[in-house]
Ligand binder design. Structure first.
Ligand SMILES: NC(=O)c1ccc[n+]([C@@H]2O[C@H](COP(=O)([O-])OP(=O)(O)OC[C@H]3O[C@@H](n4cnc5c(N)ncnc54)[C@H](O)[C@@H]3O)[C@@H](O)[C@H]2O)c1
Length: 340
């Protein structure tokens, strides 16, 4: 049976396996081709997944058997490649962040708006984690009363070896450090839970990798929401452990506490566990979140139904803007208004 969508993946590095393995469970899509500038890697990946390989993504423009392209390239290539692929009539599912700076983000927003016949999706798989979904239900139902404040903590470890990859650790290609790469997921959850942001004050530093990376390994921020809710946020790559991400939401009538994939509800001295981890069969590291396959399936289901995908360019730019505002605030040493 012919599947509805033929797919390509560009960038056969660390994260690619999580995307590539997801095709085995998809009825709607079939992997046709992988692309990497490293020909040996492209060839090896193609052999492993039983598809064609290419070394130049531009050769995808005229492949009629490819309707959807997954972008798993370095950050600075997401926006320019997505802009060209959208213009060539391909749907694009890009890894986070959708761009590495505001100018690139603006070009992608414009391309998405100018090509309404194709869709752009941005990977933020942690929105699909059962714990995140359950938190969203509490927010929507209002059963714990009003949200008062939140905190987000990311304490991970990335040493010199991680930054051997040439595009990482540099402003021009990675666009930042712990904020734009590792903790953008947690910023995205905070904005998804908290609603519209009024302003952000933050600061960044390089605490453990001076002389190794240009970008920050540590950051903190105070995020002021229009509703009056306040969030505090801390992220570092200088811990010696990849601890589970922690997010806490304090409501009038209880506190939700997410630690990795676990979710607890505290009311007075009583604590109840609400969610346990989903089984991870894609080889995803647990601290990344385990919902890539769920988001990828959801993207194809939206395409098949002809419905706009909900984590699009306008949605993906929110967490990116938080990241870029923390950089700006750190430089200016004052709060910056949040404008998306
Ligand atoms: N969602 C998540 O939890 C998660 C986790 C890890 C990585 N990521 C994201 O995935 C993306 C890739 O990260 P990675 O760690 O896999 O990087 P990587 O360096 O391991 O892989 C990138 C690959 O892209 C290839 N490449 C570079 N330029 C190319 C071009 N012009 N055309 C084709 N291929 C090209 C490289 O040769 C390399 O194989 C990044 O955006 C990263 O933030 C997301």
């Amino acid at each position: 049976m012919t599947k509805t969508f033929g797919a390509a993946l560009v960038g056969c590095g660390s994260i690619s396996g999580v995307h590539l393995k997801s095709f085995a469970g998809l009825e709607l899509a079939e992997l046709k081709v992988v692309v990497d500038t490293d020909e040996e890697l492209a060839k090896r990946t193609a052999q492993q997944y039983g598809c064609d390989y290419l070394t130049d993504y531009r050769q995808l423009f005229h492949r009629e058997d490819v309707q959807v392209v997954h972008l798993c390239t370095p950050h600075h290539l997401h926006a320019p490649l997505a802009v060209e692929l959208l213009a060539a009539g391909k749907h694009v599912l890009t890894e986070k962040p959708m761009a590495q700076n505001k100018q690139a983000a603006a070009s992608l927003l414009q391309a998405a708006a100018q090509n309404p016949n194709v869709q752009l999706g941005v990977i933020f798989q942690n929105r699909y984690n059962p714990a995140s979904q359950r938190i969203k239900q509490f927010l929507d139902s209002g059963e714990l009363g009003k949200l008062i404040c939140m905190k987000g903590l990311v304490t991970w470890y990335r040493n010199e070896n991680y930054y051997i990859t040439p595009w990482k650790g540099k402003w021009e290609t990675e666009g930042g450090g712990v904020l734009i790469n590792q903790s953008i997921h947690t910023l995205d959850l905070l904005q998804w839970f908290g609603g519209e942001i009024a302003s952000i004050k933050g600061s960044i530093s390089n605490d453990s990798l001076e002389g190794v990376i240009e970008v920050e390994d540590t950051a903190h921020a105070l995020i002021q929401f229009k509703s009056g809710v306040r969030a505090i946020f801390y992220a570092t790559n200088a811990y010696l452990q990849n601890s589970p991400v922690e997010v806490e939401l304090v409501f009038e009538q209880g506190t939700l506490y997410m630690r990795g994939d676990y979710l607890y509800l505290r009311k007075g001295d009583q604590e109840t566990m609400l969610c346990e981890p989903r089984v991870n069969d894609l080889g995803e590291k647990s601290y990344w979140g385990v919902s890539h396959a769920v988001q990828i399936r959801d993207f194809y289901e939206h395409l098949a139904a002809g419905k706009p995908f909900w984590i699009d360019a306008r949605e993906g730019v929110k967490a990116l803007t938080m990241v870029l505002d923390i950089y700006e605030s750190s430089r200016a040493q004052k709060a910056v208004p949040f404008l998306v």
